[in-house]
Design a protein around this ligand. Structure first.
Ligand code: PEP
Ligand code: MG
Length: 571
C-alpha cells in the first residue's frame, strides 16, 4: 500500500495505464556492440518522427472537427521533428556511441548539451526552447527503453491513469467513460488537474511517493480517494473489501440526490447558498445540472491557456455571456485573469521570476498590462447585460488595487454609454481575500468591495509560508491550522460588519469537516466543485447555528491543526 493525498473522493479499481512515467531509467552499462547501438538509435529517431507526425496530424484533424484544438500545437510538434533532425545533434549522438556509450546514454548526453546551451542564453524565448529539448529527450528515452506512455485517447474500459504528474491536458485527452481513477507521484489538492478530477468525479490520489516504482502497465490497482491510499495488485480479500466500499460509496452518492433541487438551509432554517467553481463556459451547464445555485468562481485563465494567442474581446464576451445566461439571473462571479504563480501563458512572455507566487501575478500583472485588462473587463461588463454577472479581483493586497480596477470599470462603462452598448449599471465588483495583507485590512477592503470571496488555496499557502504545490511542505498546507481559522473568522466578521456578502471559493469550502466552523463564522456562500454541491448542501443542513457556534468555541480552545482535525472527525 502506498500512502498519498486524497484529492478526489471515491474508490476506483482498474488496470494501470502509465500516462507518463517521467524520464525513464536505464542501465548505463557500456554498450557491447556500437553498430547495434547505432541501429537502435536510428530506429528510435524514425519512430519518434512517425509518432510525432501522427500526433500533429491528429491534432489538426481534431481542430477541423471541433474547432477546439490549436494548430500551433501541431506546429510545435513539427518543430520537435526538425530539432531532432539537426545533423550536428545526430553526429554528437553517433560520436558518443562510437566512444562506447549505449544509445540511451548517447541520446541523453547530446540532448542535455543542447538543453544547457539554450538555458545559458539571456533570451527568454530561447530559454523556453530548453523545455522543448527536455520533452524530446524524455520521449526519445521512452522509445529506447520501451516505456512509451499509452495513447490516452483510446484507453480500454476500466483504466486507472498513472503518471508522475497528471496535467490538465492529459485529462482533456483521456476518454472519461473508460477511466476508473487517477494516481500520481506528485501534486496536491489544489493542483488544477485535481480540481478537474473532482469535476469529472474520478477518484484520485496524488503525492503517492514510490508509485511508479511499484506498478507497471496493466497491473490491477485500487485507488482509495477517501483515505488517500493506492494499492497495487491487491489480494482477493483486500479487493473484495474495496469492492464493497466502492458499492457503499456509490449508494451514499445516490442518497444525496434528494438534495439536488432543494434550497440550501441549515437545520434551524437559516438560508445559505452553494455555488460552483468552473473554468470554462461549457461547465456552467454542468454546474447548474449538479444543483449549483450560482457560480462563485469562474477561473478565466483557462480561456487564455487553451489558445496560443490572446482571446479577443468577442471570444471572451461570448464565454462570459454563455455562463451568465445559463444561470438566468442567479449570480455568476467571474474572476479577472489570475496569471502568474503556477499558471503561465507562453504568449504573454512573462519574465522568469525567483518567487513566482510572490511575484508579478494576477491583479498586479493586469494593472500593468492595461490594454489586456481593459479588453477583459469590457467583455465582462458587456456580458453583464445578459444575467447577474459580477466581477471579482484576485490576489488583492492593497486598497489602491481595488480602486484602480473600479476606476477602469467606470471608464469602460462611460465608453459603453457613449456607444449605446447595454450593460448592468448595478454591476458588482468584489474581491478575493487570499493574502494575509488582505486579511489584515479586511475591514478597509470591505468598504471598497461589493462582496468578499475567501480563496483558501492561496490564503493557506501565504499564511503558512508553504508553497501549495510542494509535497514536502504539504503537511503545513492545512486550512485547520489555527492561524488559518483565525484569519477566516476575521475576514468573515469584517465582511459582515460592513454588510457585504462573504463567500468562500477555495477548496476548503467543500471540506465537510469544516462546514460547522464556516457556518459558525457566518459564511453566506460555499462555492465548490460541481461534484461537491450535494454533499455540501447536505452537510449544511445538519447544523443549527447554536450547535455550530458551540463547536467553534471548542475549536478555538485548541492549539494545533491535529487537535482540530481529530475533534472535528469525532463530532
Ligand atoms: C484560491 O486561491 O483559493 C482560489 C480559489 O484560487 P486559485 O486556486 O485559482 O488560486
Ligand atoms: Mg487563488
Amino acid at each position: 500500500m502506498i500512502k498519498g493525498i486524497p484529492v478526489s473522493q471515491g474508490i476506483g479499481i482498474g488496470r494501470v495505464v502509465l500516462a507518463d512515467a517521467g524520464e525513464p531509467v536505464w542501465n548505463p552499462e557500456k554498450a557491447v556492440d556500437p553498430n547495434a547501438e547505432k541501429d537502435r538509435l536510428h530506429h528510435a529517431l524514425q519512430r519518434f518522427n512517425e509518432k510525432t507526425e501522427h500526433l500533429a496530424k491528429s491534432i489538426e484533424q481534431a481542430e477541423d472537427a471541433s474547432r477546439t484544438s490549436d494548430s500551433s500545437q501541431a506546429e510545435i510538434l513539427r518543430g520537435h521533428i526538425a530539432m531532432l533532425a539537426d545533423p550536428f545533434l545526430i553526429s554528437q549522438m553517433e560520436e558518443q556511441i562510437a566512444g562506447g556509450k549505449c544509445a540511451e546514454d548517447a541520446c541523453y548526453a547530446a540532448l542535455s548539451m543542447f538543453e544547457s546551451i539554450f538555458m545559458q542564453t539571456e533570451d527568454e524565448l530561447m530559454r523556453q526552447r530548453a523545455a522543448d529539448v527536455r520533452d524530446i529527450r524524455r520521449r526519445m528515452l521512452q522509445i529506447l527503453t520501451g516505456t512509451e506512455p499509452a495513447p490516452l485517447g483510446d484507453i480500454p474500459e476500466g483504466s486507472v491513469l498513472v503518471a508522475e504528474e497528471v496535467t490538465p491536458s492529459m485529462l482533456a485527452e483521456v476518454n472519461r467513460k473508460n477511466l476508473s481513477a487517477i494516481a500520481a507521484e506528485k501534486g496536491g489538492n489544489t493542483a488544477h488537474s485535481a480540481i478537474l478530477a473532482r469535476s469529472m468525479e474520478l477518484p484520485a490520489v496524488y503525492s503517492a511517493e514510490g508509485l511508479l516504482r511499484s506498478v507497471k502497465q496493466g497491473d490491477l490497482l485500487v485507488v482509495d480517494g477517501m483515505d488517500g491510499k493506492v494499492i497495487p495488485n491487491p489480494g482477493q480479500t483486500e479487493l473484495e473489501h474495496y469492492q464493497t466500499r466502492q458499492k457503499e460509496e456509490l449508494e451514499r452518492k445516490a442518497q444525496l440526490e434528494i438534495f439536488r433541487n432543494r434550497q440550501t438551509k441549515m437545520a434551524d432554517g437559516q438560508k445559505k447558498e452553494v455555488f460552483c467553481n468552473i473554468g470554462t463556459p461549457e461547465e456552467a451547464a454542468a454546474a447548474l445540472e449538479k444543483g449549483g445555485e450560482g457560480i462563485g468562481l469562474f477561473r478565466t485563465e483557462f480561456l487564455f491557456t487553451e489558445k496560443s494567442t490572446m482571446p479577443d474581446e468577442e471570444t471572451q464576451f461570448q464565454a462570459y455571456k454563455t455562463a451568465a445566461e445559463c444561470f438566468a439571473g442567479k449570480p455568476v462571479i467571474v474572476r479577472t485573469l489570475d496569471v502568474g504563480g503556477d499558471k503561465q501563458i507562453p504568449y504573454l512572455h512573462m519574465e522568469k521570476e525567483e518567487n513566482p507566487f510572490l511575484g508579478f501575478r494576477a491583479v498586479r500583472f493586469c494593472l500593468k498590462n492595461v490594454q489586456l485588462y481593459e479588453t477583459q473587463l469590457r467583455a465582462m461588463i458587456r456580458a453583464s447585460a445578459f444575467g447577474n454577472l459580477m466581477i471579482m479581483i484576485p490576489l488583492v493586497t492593497c486598497v489602491e488595487e481595488v480602486r484602480s480596477v473600479k476606476s477602469l470599470v467606470k471608464k469602460i462603462m462611460c465608453q459603453l454609454d457613449g456607444q449605446g452598448i447595454p450593460y448592468n449599471k448595478e454591476l458588482k465588483v468584489g474581491i478575493m481575500v487570499e493574502t494575509p495583507a488582505a486579511c489584515q485590512i479586511a475591514d478597509l477592503l470591505a468598504e471598497e468591495s461589493d462582496f468578499f470571496s475567501i480563496g483558501t488555496n492561496d490564503l493557506v499557502q501565504y499564511t503558512m509560508a508553504a508553497d501549495r504545490g510542494n509535497p514536502k511542505v504539504g503537511y503545513l498546507n492545512r486550512p485547520m491550522h489555527p492561524a488559518v481559522l483565525r484569519s477566516v473568522r476575521h475576514i468573515i466578521a469584517c465582511g459582515k460588519k460592513a454588510g457585504i456578502p462573504v463567500g468562500m471559493c477555495g477548496e476548503a469550502a467543500a471540506d465537510p469537516l469544516l462546514t460547522p466552523l464556516l457556518l459558525a463564522f457566518g459564511l453566506d456562500e460555499f462555492s465548490v466543485n460541481p461534484s461537491a454541491v450535494l454533499q455540501t448542501r447536505a452537510q449544511i443542513g445538519k447544523w443549527t447555528g447554536e450547535k455550530a457556534e458551540k463547536i467553534a468555541e471548542d475549536v478555538f480552545q485548541m492549539k494545533t491543526a491535529e487537535e482540530v482535525e481529530k475533534y472535528l472527525k469525532s463530532i
